[in-house]
Design a protein around this ligand. Structure first.
Ligand code: HEM
Length: 196
C-alpha cells in the first residue's frame, strides 16, 4: 500500500513538472487562451493563435479548467520521445556487456526493437506537432531536430537488422554507438524546442 502511494505521489510530482514545462511554448493552450509575457521569444505565441482566441494579460485568473481528454491526447510526441532515448542508451550499455556475455543479446534485441517502433511513432507525432512553429524564431531548430529525428529512427532500424541478421551481428556495436550519439543530439535539439 505504501509503495502504491509512493508511486502515485511520484507520478503526480512528475506530471506537475511536465505540464508546467510545456505551458509556454507555441502549441500550449492553442485552443483556449494564451498568457503574454515580456519575453520577446514568446511573440510567436500570438502569431500561432487562432483568430478567435482571446489573449489574457492578467496571469492571476483562477479559472483553470481540466479537460481530461485533451490532456491525454495533447503533446503525444513529448510523452513518447523519452522512451527511444532511454531504451537505446540502456541497449548500448547491455550491447557492450553482451560482447562478454552473449546470453543477454535477446534483451538488447528487445530494447532496440522497442526503441525503433516508438521512434517511428515519434517521427509521425513530431511532424504533427511541428506545424505550429511555422514562422517561429525556433523554426530552424525544429528543422535540424526533424532531420536528426528521422536519421535516428532509421539508424534504430539499421541497428535492429544488425542485431537480427547473423552475418552483420559482429558489427552491431559500431552502429549502436552511432545511433545513440544521433539520438542524444536529437533529444538535445528537442529539449531546446520545448524548454530552451
Ligand atoms: C526519434 C525521433 C525523435 C526523438 C527522440 C525526439 C525527441 C524529442 C525531445 C526529447 C523533445 C523534447 C520533449 C520534451 O522536453 O518534452 C522533442 C520535442 C519536439 N520534437 Fe522531437 N524527437 C524526434 C523526432 C521528431 C521529428 C521527426 C519531428 C518533426 C519535426 C519532431 C518535432 C518535435 C517538436 C515540434 C518538438 C517540440 C514539441 C513541443 O514541446 O511543442 N521530433 N523531441
Amino acid at each position: 500500500m505504501r509503495f502504491i502511494l509512493a508511486v502515485l505521489a511520484l507520478g503526480l510530482l512528475w506530471n506537475t513538472g511536465h505540464v508546467s514545462a510545456h505551458t509556454s511554448h507555441p502549441s500550449a493552450g492553442r485552443t483556449d487562451s494564451a498568457v503574454l509575457t515580456d519575453d520577446p521569444g514568446k511573440e510567436s505565441v500570438q502569431r500561432n493563435l487562432a483568430p478567435e482566441t482571446t489573449l489574457r494579460t492578467d496571469q492571476s485568473s483562477p479559472d483553470f479548467q481540466l479537460h481530461i481528454s485533451e490532456v491525454l491526447t495533447e503533446h503525444t510526441h513529448n510523452r513518447l520521445v523519452h522512451f527511444p532515448v532511454a531504451l537505446s542508451i540502456f541497449a548500448l550499455i547491455l550491447a557492450v556487456w553482451s560482447k562478454r556475455n552473449p546470453a543477454i543479446l535477446p534483451a538488447v534485441q528487445l530494447l532496440v526493437i522497442s526503441a525503433a517502433i516508438i521512434a517511428l511513432a515519434a517521427v509521425f507525432t513530431g511532424n504533427g506537432q511541428s506545424d505550429v512553429f511555422a514562422g517561429d524564431p525556433k523554426k530552424w531548430v525544429v528543422d535540424i531536430h526533424r532531420l536528426l529525428g528521422i536519421v535516428s529512427a532509421i539508424l534504430l532500424w539499421v541497428w535492429t537488422v544488425f542485431l537480427l541478421w547473423k552475418p552483420l551481428r559482429r558489427f552491431y556495436l559500431i552502429i549502436a554507438i552511432l545511433t545513440v550519439l544521433c539520438i542524444i543530439a536529437t533529444g538535445f535539439y528537442g529539449g531546446v524546442i520545448s524548454h530552451g
